[in-house]
Design a protein around this ligand. Structure first.
Ligand SMILES: Nc1nc2c(c(=O)[nH]1)N[C@H]1C(S)=C(S)[C@@H](COP(=O)(O)OP(=O)(O)OC[C@H]3O[C@@H](n4cnc5c(=O)[nH]c(N)nc54)[C@H](O)[C@@H]3O)O[C@H]1N2
Ligand SMILES: Nc1nc2c(c(=O)[nH]1)N[C@H]1C(S)=C(S)[C@@H](COP(=O)(O)OP(=O)(O)OC[C@H]3O[C@@H](n4cnc5c(=O)[nH]c(N)nc54)[C@H](O)[C@@H]3O)O[C@H]1N2
Ligand SMILES: [Mo]
Length: 666
């Protein structure tokens, strides 16, 4: 991203045309990042709450007053039990400096409760770890050469734009592109084929495909023999998962299962873009693991444009130990709080959480089961600090609000989960108002707490250097001074990267593990199996009878999770919170296009506008998200109905494993 600055003011933003992955294109949201940076709604100075929590009324205070008060509160709590303090941070920014450096050092030294950041990707991460050994896969830059592309629980036009240009190029060259998604997303609309399975049933589809591939011998026996573990056991296992069974489980036809398997077994190179949508279900971890077995069966890894990719994160090798300094815990083992169960943690944990520092995160909007999250944030005996660019739904519950810098105003260094470049983030302008980088806030707090380890005095550029000082081969030759000038640098990997053409998976066996000892040791079935959603539509359960519709709330095109959702331009793009419904589901409930409807279950509900169309498959309703509650009709959003249940692997959130009913509002 290149920013033009005139007289200290950023006047233009554009993609860096020299950057191979983006090719100079910015996504719909970041293209307007200057508007966000200079928005009249930016928080400009520290503030203290002057009205009851949730009202959002504050008065200006100085940084010194704010930091003195925070340090005094934390000191008092730490003297009693530091585990009553909780950091609460996530994906607002994910750079090494502003996401996970000075902050982590600070909380480790304090001995605060640890936060397990499970809101997005942990199910898939552990699923891939079981089969492939880590968050690794094919190079997303090669998709333009694929002949068969499966967009599996992925909507790249909306959430991964730069992959989409490569998918389009592949299509132009004659590739077949198949979307596997319960929803006719913008991407699914433009695919050659759309397989609209029931939410959470992806594992069943992959098992059915494996059944066909093995029964029909569409296998790369040489690849299997050399680079996989457990094929015989897998072949036995998948006998029971017939295409008929898979079709019934997924709510699709047997032909769809068989044809998909035959095409996957017959076309090379074959690429799978798995994305996180499909793993936000109770069985999401095992499903990701099961799908990740497919490429090895057919030898898709032999091609640079073949294989699967969910995340490329583990090709990087930042020095997280030096960044985060877990050694500052000095033998203490604080409790771990799962962010996907923040509502329960704030309302029931013992000892109670008494202070929370929120940054890069808008939990009142993005965490599941909002009513409980809000009950927690409303507690008068909870001291809450929120650092952000804007007065978010969460900031309304803060005792103290601190203004944070944006990417235009601070240093950082980034990895990616969807490409293979390291990126430098240089500040383009001075901080807006009195805002400070997260790192500087924790640096100043550390000084006030009397933390005297030298690491608390590292500058942001020191931290960037530390991040890069890694012994991992792919990171060699990536050095901060050169990186910050160039802006980006590719990892030290071959130009035509075919990571597993000759095996070499980062698993214990070095092979692709159809049979996983790692899972077995955790008491999990070591072979792929079907792990259904708990809130399955059409199931013979009381819950499914009471709440017959499956609800999913994937990213809206003009929001980035809850970021951008407060700005008029982006809200105008998205118009208003709406619920896409299939005609048959709407008719049965007397709902017409444009009606106001209430969506609800035992956890809560909210009101939005129905759009009756053919986008979701019957039995599924879809609300593009994540809206701020304060900008919605009755102060709710998708997370008023989602549950705190976690995934089979990784303790991840199950946002899309959610049954609801929908009613017309009189
Ligand atoms: N229902 C439903 N819920 C979801 C999802 C869904 O699909 N459906 N998606 C989930 C997923 S995948 C994710 S990753 C999470 C993300 O949820 P969050 O982690 O909360 O991410 P954002 O909403 O993007 O950003 C949170 C806040 O960080 C602030 N921020 C940005 N940069 C900085 C900075 O440098 N410093 C500080 N202090 N603040 C900053 C932004 O202004 C924003 O208010 O939401 C999850 N929640
Ligand atoms: N514009 C925009 N871009 C974003 C984001 C954003 O909020 N807005 N968020 C960013 C973040 S943090 C993340 S993690 C990624 C997420 O990127 P994706 O993983 O692509 O995001 P999702 O929209 O959650 O999932 C993609 C598709 O999965 C479908 N889906 C839901 N449940 C299932 C299922 O059970 N099976 C299958 N096969 N499909 C299912 C949804 O209908 C959706 O069309 O996007 C990133 N990019
Ligand atoms: Mo995410």
């Amino acid at each position: 991203m290149l920013v033009t600055v005139e007289d200290g003011v950023a006047t233009k933003i554009q993609g860096d045309p020299s950057m191979p992955f983006t090719d100079g294109t910015l996504c719909t949201k970041v293209a307007y990042y200057l508007e966000r940076t200079y928005s009249p709604d930016r928080l400009l100075y520290p503030m203290r709450r002057v009205a009851p929590k949730g009202k959002g009324q504050f008065e200006r205070i100085t940084w010194d007053a704010a930091l003195d008060e925070i340090a005094a509160r934390l000191k008092a709590l730490a003297a009693e039990n530091p585990e009553t303090i909780l950091p609460c941070s996530y994906a607002g920014t994910m750079g090494m400096v502003q996401y996970s450096s000075m902050d982590r050092r600070f909380f480790h030294k304090l001995g605060a409760s640890l936060l397990d950041r499970t809101l997005c990707s942990t199910a898939g991460k552990f699923g891939l770890k079981a089969t492939l050994g880590g968050s690794v896969g094919m190079d997303p830059e090669r998709f333009d050469e694929s002949k068969l592309i499966l967009l599996w629980g992925a909507n790249p036009i909306v959430s991964n734009l730069h992959l989409w240009s490569r998918v389009q190029e592949a299509k132009r060259r004659g590739a077949k592109v198949i979307a596997i998604d319960p929803y006719r997303s913008l991407s699914a609309e433009k695919c050659s084929q759309h397989i609209a399975l029931l939410p959470g049933t992806d594992g069943a589809l992959a098992l059915g495909m494996m059944h066909v591939l093995i029964a029909e011998g569409m296998l790369d026996r040489d690849y299997i023999a050399k680079h996989t573990v457990g094929f015989e056991a897998l072949a036995q296992r998948v006998k029971r998962y017939t295409p008929h069974w898979a079709a019934q489980t997924c709510g699709i036809t047997r032909e769809e299962v068989v044809q998909l398997a035959r095409e996957y077994g017959g076309i090379r190179p074959a690429a799978i873009r798995l994305n996180y949508g499909m793993q936000r279900h109770t069985g999401g971890g095992i499903a990701a693991r099961t799908i990740a077995c497919l490429p090895a069966l057919v030898g898709a890894w032999r091609d640079a444009a073949g294989g699967i990719v969910l995340s490329t994160a583990d090709f990087y090798g930042f020095d997280h130990a030096a960044l985060e300094r877990a050694d500052l815990l000095a033998g203490r083992r604080p409790r771990v709080i799962n962010q996907s169960q923040l509502g329960d943690a704030l309302t029931t944990a013992q000892p109670p959480v008494r202070a929370m520092i929120v940054y890069n995160n808008n939990p009142v909007a993005v965490c599941p089961e909002s009513d409980k999250v809000i009950a927690g944030f409303s507690r008068d005996d909870l001291f809450t600090v929120v650092m952000d660019h804007f007065q978010t739904d969460t900031a309304d519950y803060a005792d103290i609000v601190l203004p944070a810098t944006t990417q235009l105003e601070h240093y950082d260094v980034h990895k990616s989960y969807g490409h293979l470049y390291v990126l430098a983030n240089n500040p383009a302008i001075a901080p807006v108002g009195e805002s400070l980088p997260n790192s500087e806030v924790f640096r100043r707090l550390a000084a006030r707490m009397g933390f005297d380890e030298p690491c608390f005095r590292d500058s942001d550029e020191d931290i960037c250097r530390t991040a890069l000082a890694s012994s991992k081969e792919a990171m060699r030759g990536i050095e901060w001074n050169a990186l910050k000038k160039a802006g980006w640098q590719k990892l030290g990997l071959p130009e035509r990267f075919t990571p597993f053409a000759a095996g070499g998976f980062p698993t214990a066996s070095g092979k692709c593990e159809f049979y996983s000892e790692w899972l077995q040791k955790q008491g999990v079935d070591p072979l792929p199996f079907y792990n259904p959603p708990v809130e399955a539509p059409g199931a013979d359960t009381e819950l499914a009878r009471k709440y017959p519709l499956a609800f999913i709330s994937p990213p809206a095109r003009h929001f980035l999770n809850s970021s951008f959702a407060n700005l008029a331009r982006f809200r105008e793009f998205e118009r208003e919170p709406h619920l896409d419904m299939h005609r048959s589901d709407a008719e049965r409930r007397g709902i017409r296009d444009g009606d106001l409807v209430r969506i609800f279950n035992d956890r809560g509900g909210y009101t939005l506008r129905a759009r009756v169309n053919g986008k979701p498959r019957p039995g599924v309703v879809v609300a593009p998200s994540v809206w701020w509650k304060k900008y919605s009709r009755d102060g709710g959003n998708a997370n008023n109905v989602t549950s705190q249940r976690t995934t089979d692997l990784g303790g991840g959130a199950t946002f899309y494993d959610c049954l609801v009913e929908v009613q017309k509002v009189a």
